[in-house]
Design a protein around this ligand. Structure first.
Ligand SMILES: [Zn+2]
Ligand SMILES: [Zn+2]
Length: 348
């Protein structure tokens, strides 16, 4: 039988592997054999049952793969045997968002789902048939686990772009989990002085490895005071919120320099909700910008491939454990332990 295995989150706490028929490739598609797929924080949220979603969910969007077959209308020049990272965002290239350099939020994304394919990114699978524009070629010598972390790097590039950070700026990264550490690495490459606020001492130490100049323990007093001390009362030009409770944002307003940008990278789920009080006069009088960021644009993904391929970003250090596909249930259970870094599923 011509089938391949796909994993789905079938309900809170449960991942199942099922068999799908191998798809007939469309002219504009590439058939890839998945090499590895990392378990993102959002996948973990679905597994925990914390995000409102209707099950089953075909999760998995941090993907490295090898090309098997290329449709005749694919113009990118990829060939069977090429290693690629896959960006699973559907883009129509025709809506206003796609035409406005905000193609991460294509308005037709859902409509572009192709029948006969798992609904969702579907990276926890042996095979995937994806539109040709979604594959980005990778040098063969980069290992599959490292390459699977291209997508989170792309998300963080998109985030860092939002704040227009300049060399010599002071910036604050809140939280030193996977996303926080990638931010630290990128901001340090930009020539900023990077401050990191993190409760766990082990994570503060790791932040130093990733290029943090100053690490702050929020338990050591109000962050506004600690940041003020480091910056001579000026505050930071940019803040990246990658974790913490929603009301932390109110306190973080006190760390802003005049004209600062605060980027809300994280999303908020659970009983604390997503509401915070902010002082609008502080925003008004100090010309502070409060912005959000979600998923990467194609250009972010392209730059992420370059950074990972050139070894400019230390993603392999973020991998805590690798599980074979047959043990994906265990991989998810391991990934949701508090404080864990990236868990990656690799295909046998
Ligand atoms: Zn992700
Ligand atoms: Zn579009």
């Amino acid at each position: 039988m011509n089938t391949y295995k796909v994993a789905r989150i079938s309900g809170p706490g449960k991942v199942e592997i099922e068999e799908w028929e191998i798809p007939v490739l469309r002219d504009d598609e590439v058939l890839v054999k998945v090499l590895a797929c990392a378990i993102c924080t959002s996948d973990q949220g679905v597994f925990r049952g914390e995000r409102e979603s209707s099950y089953p969910v075909y999760a998995g969007h941090e993907i490295s793969a090898v090309v098997q077959e290329v449709g005749p209308a694919v113009v990118s020049g990829v060939k069977p045997g090429d290693h690629v990272a896959v960006s699973r965002i559907n883009r129509c290239e025709q809506c206003t968002n796609c035409r406005k350099y905000t193609d991460n939020r294509c308005l037709n994304s859902r409509k572009l789902h192709r029948p006969g394919r798992p609904a969702g990114p579907g990276g926890f699978a042996e095979l995937m048939a994806v539109p040709g524009y979604q594959v980005f070629k990778f040098p063969q010598e980069i290992d599959r686990i490292t390459a699977s972390l291209t997508e989170p790097v792309a998300c963080c590039i998109s985030s860092v772009d939002k704040a227009n950070v300049q060399p010599g700026d002071d910036v604050l990264v809140v939280g030193a989990g996977v996303m926080g550490l990638i931010h630290v690495n990128l901001l340090s490459l930009k020539g900023a002085r990077v401050l990191v606020s993190e409760v766990a001492s082990e994570r503060r130490r790791l932040a130093k490895d990733f290029g943090a100049d100053v690490v702050l323990d929020p338990a050591g007093g109000p962050l506004a005071e600690q940041v003020g001390q480091v910056t001579g009362g000026k505050g930071v030009e940019a803040i990246f919120v990658t974790g913490g409770p929603p009301d932390l944002v109110s306190d973080l307003m006190g760390t802003c320099a005049t004209g600062a940008t605060m980027v809300i990278y994280t999303s908020y789920h659970g009983e604390k909700g997503s509401k915070a009080e902010v002082d609008l006069n502080r925003i008004h009088y100090n010309e502070i910008k409060l912005v959000g960021t979600i998923s990467p644009r194609k250009y972010d993904f392209q730059r992420a491939v370059a950074l990972v391929a050139n070894g400019k970003i230390r993603v392999s250090q973020l991998v805590e454990r690798v599980f074979p596909f047959s043990r994906i249930q265990e991989a998810f259970e391991y990934a949701i332990r508090p404080g864990s870094y990236r868990v990656v599923v690799h295909m046998e």
